[in-house]
Design a protein around this ligand. Structure first.
Ligand code: UD1
Ligand code: UDP
Length: 391
């Protein structure tokens, strides 16, 4: 029986890996599976593990207050070594582009353990945007042996880098599997602010959902984002803004300072995935610098203004649901105003396209691992974009 070791550490990695872990669970007679969390995030990660009832076999517990990239990289390398030596997995699976991802891939390489990269091939081609994710994913792909691409664009990027096409497979993004899993459940908001102020559905006022946490946006850009929100509220007092604030002190402190006392702005702690997914569903518009939201929101038919200068997820920009607006206060305001006032513009961008997945990415991932190990003969079928909307 082949042994697979999952290694991940942050909220989005957990959300996107859990569908694959669950899929392996369904096929427990074919593989032995172990889960190691680095806990680069602590409570953000624990919230996801709890909601999906995942109990890791190993927890490296590395998170420190306001941690540096050096701290994350060195502690993952150091703490993972004995686990890899003990478990001797046939493959380590990592996800995406965090520093946990890169360090876990590097540790596996040092011990000559094959690496599978879920969500491989994303590229912005700008080494400081997003920082350090763009380089983390290049380095992870340089180390990896098998590549699970969410889209055809990602596969093409890897082909351009001379990766062997035999080892590249388009699965769709597992985040859409996670979204299907969570939205299938009957839901009541758990967060007290949501319970009180946002009884479902919220059609009588435009609800704007905001998130921002990227390292390259620390400082002036975070302030610009907050000032743009202030401006939106001044011009559109009927709007309500809900902003689950990332616990990073570089985000939390300025956001609370600028927006803390404003009427109709609800600053809440990070929400569990169930509350958050259902909040996306009732939102009118999403302002974010997150990677995952750019994938989830189009599947729900929600327009997204992305507060970054470049994106490694061009598919929804091309299909029109996502617009890159950067971090200039005036531009963020102008683009939000357009969507709040011009119904035809809103309807044009709130199209229900689903470029990132159909809910079967985890199944394809496991099918391809089986094929890679020679446990099945037929190369499985790949994912093609769909226009189906998540209900
Ligand atoms: C990390 C990833 C980023 C990913 C993001 C998802 C790196 C370098 N960054 O960024 O790619 O998009 O996660 O959210 O890999 N903190 C807490 N509790 C938590 C989590 C974080 O208090 O549960 C605080 C701590 O002070 C911590 C700080 O946030 O030191 C920063 O966490 P870190 O993982 O380094 O950066 P993120 O911005 O979360
Ligand atoms: N998310 C969540 N609660 C929140 C904010 C985000 O569950 O309060 C989810 C969101 O739906 C998405 C993921 O977390 O699946 C995105 O994480 P984040 O923005 O931290 O990271 P990124 O996607 O930018 O790497």
């Amino acid at each position: 029986m082949k042994k697979i070791l999952f290694v991940f550490g942050t909220r989005p990695e957990a959300i996107k890996m859990i569908p694959v872990i669950k899929e392996f669970g369904v096929r427990s007679s074919e593989f032995g599976v172990k889960v190691c969390v680095t806990a680069q995030h602590r409570h953000l990660l624990d919230d996801v593990l709890e909601i999906f009832a995942i109990k890791p076999d190993y927890d490296l517990n590395i998170m420190m207050e306001n941690q540096s990239l050096f701290q994350i990289t060195t502690s993952v390398l150091k703490k993972l070594e004995p686990i890899l030596k003990k478990e001797k997995p046939d493959m380590v699976l990592v996800h995406g582009d965090t520093t946990t991802t890169f360090a876990a891939a590097l540790a596996s390489y040092y011990l000559k353990i094959p690496v599978g990269h879920v969500e491989a091939g994303l590229r912005s081609y700008d080494k400081f945007n997003p920082y350090p994710e763009e380089i983390n994913r290049h380095l992870t792909d340089a180390i990896s042996d098998i590549y699970f691409c969410p889209t055809l664009t990602a596969k093409k990027a890897l082909l351009k880098e001379n990766i062997n096409p035999k080892n590249i497979f388009i699965t769709g993004n597992t985040v859409i599997d996670a979204l299907y899993m969570i939205l299938k459940k009957k839901h009541k908001f758990q967060n007290p602010t949501l319970k009180k102020h946002f009884p479902l559905p919220t059609s009588h006022f435009p609800l704007i959902l905001v998130t921002a946490h990227r390292r390259e946006n620390f400082g002036k850009s975070i302030e610009n984002i907050c000032n743009a929100i202030k401006k939106i509220l001044r011009e559109f007092p009927d709007c309500k803004i809900i902003y689950p604030v990332h616990p990073n002190p570089n985000v939390k402190i300025p956001v609370h300072k600028i927006l803390g006392k404003l009427k109709n702005v609800y600053l809440v702690p990070p929400l569990n995935y169930s509350d958050f997914a259902n909040l996306m569903k009732i939102s009118y518009l999403i302002l974010t610098d997150s990677g995952g939201l750019q994938e989830e929101a189009p599947s729900l038919g929600k327009p997204v203004l992305v507060m970054r200068s470049v994106t490694e997820r061009p598919e929804a920009v091309v299909s029109g649901t996502v617009k890159l607006v950067g971090t200039n206060e005036k531009i963020i305001f102008k683009e939000a105003k357009k969507l709040l006032t011009d119904k035809s513009e809103y309807n044009k961008i709130a199209k229900s396209t689903n470029p990132y997945g159909d809910g079967f990415a985890a199944k394809r991932t496991v099918d391809f691992i089986k094929y890679y190990f020679g446990l099945s003969v037929q190369r499985p079928g790949e994912f093609y974009a769909t226009t189906k909307k998540i209900q």
